[in-house]
Ligand binder design. Structure first.
Ligand SMILES: Nc1ncnc2c1ncn2[C@@H]1O[C@H](COP(=O)(O)OP(=O)(O)OP(=O)(O)O)[C@@H](O)[C@H]1O
Ligand SMILES: [Mg+2]
Length: 309
């Protein structure tokens, strides 16, 4: 099994519940399920469930940060966070218990999708940024793959991904970046672009030119067709149809499953099948990145992969 370092610059102490939400009403529930949120922590959780050694880096502060450390440990992931003086953000995610349409095409516009409310990220000082980069550099010696996911908490972190890519390049460790916003743009404009990127349609935007520098592009579209460019050719992937309950984190599950499939030596088409099945398996559940190998395997044969000549 491999060692993977995930980097989540803006973790989230999430609180999940299934509620048929009516705006303006009081809803009583038994309890919120706390979860270590933030895209890199979703990736970490799924990889740990596949038996890999997973280190989770990122900024953490305050009591929400402490709770995330406990949750991450309970998920079988090794916390490798950088402490900050600010407070890690908190959020709430409400999913409708009634199943969605079958099959779905584009998720984020679905009016009955999950309802998420979350704080913005904390301010991060220049010293905290330097400490995170130094911490990552120290750990790279024993790491097979670095995966950076999500957005950054404050505007002064705009160069963070680019700097981390430089550190990985010096250490000759492959680095995938599944990010968005100005920090992603800076990463794509740097001297060492990501080995792999996985934007969704919204993140990709109308002008795809800036993504060309990435070694591999996995362009996803919820339950719709994926377009993939790799050094071994271009592929079209149609995910398996599922009853969509909560698609949040499907991209993270895709990335985690792709990393697992690649690091364990599956051929490229099998990697794409496994990754797409993982995204679909996640979309069919209320929790986020709660899937394991058994949930993925049962959907693998329903994925359609076509090589584009
Ligand atoms: N409704 C769905 N039905 C089937 N497969 C899905 C569905 N939603 C997502 N997937 C699978 O997950 C993959 C990634 O999904 P998506 O495009 O939603 O990623 P994303 O927007 O990056 O998600 P996130 O950032 O919340 O993790 C898809 O390519 C597909 O394989
Ligand atoms: Mg995503």
């Amino acid at each position: 099994m491999a060692t993977i370092l995930t980097i989540t610059a803006n973790p989230l102490l999430d609180h999940l519940a299934e509620v048929a939400l009516t705006i303006g009403r009081v809803h009583r529930i038994k309890r919120f399920a706390p979860a270590a949120g933030g895209k890199g922590l979703n990736v970490a959780r799924v990889l740990a469930r596949h038996g890999h050694r997973v280190l989770a880096a990122g900024f953490l502060g305050g009591s929400a940060g402490e709770q995330i450390i406990d949750l991450v440990r309970a998920d079988g992931v090794e916390p490798s966070f950088t402490p900050i003086s600010g407070n890690t953000r908190v959020g709430f995610l409400l999913t409708d218990p009634t199943p969605g349409p079958h099959p779905t095409t584009r998720k984020k516009s679905k009016p009955s999708g999950p309802t998420a409310v979350m704080e913005n990220g904390p301010d991060i000082s220049a010293g905290e940024i330097a400490a995170l980069i130094a911490g990552v550099r120290e750990r790279l010696r024993h790491v097979d793959l670095v995966i950076i996911s999500g957005g950054v908490p404050s505007p002064n972190c705009v160069e963070l991904y680019r700097l981390l890519l430089d550190v990985c390049a010096v250490a000759q460790v492959t680095c995938w970046v599944d990010g968005y916003g100005p920090a992603m743009d800076a990463a794509l404009a740097g001297v060492h672009p990501p080995a792999l990127v996985k934007p969704n349609r919204d993140e990709y935007g109308d002008d795809g030119r800036r993504w060309v520098v990435a070694g591999e592009l996995h362009l996803s579209d919820g339950g719709g067709e994926m377009n993939i460019r790799t050094p071994q050719g271009r592929f079209r992937v149609i995910p398996p149809p599922v009853h969509e309950v909560n698609p949040i984190g499907s991209g993270d599950c895709y990335v985690a499953a792709l990393a697992h499939a690649r690091l364990t030596g599956l051929d490229l088409v099998s990697q794409l099948r496994y990754a797409s099945a993982a995204g679909a398996a996640n979309a069919a559940r209320a929790d986020v990145a709660g899937i394991g190998p058994a949930d993925i395997v049962r959907l693998v044969d329903l994925v359609q992969v076509t090589k584009i000549s």
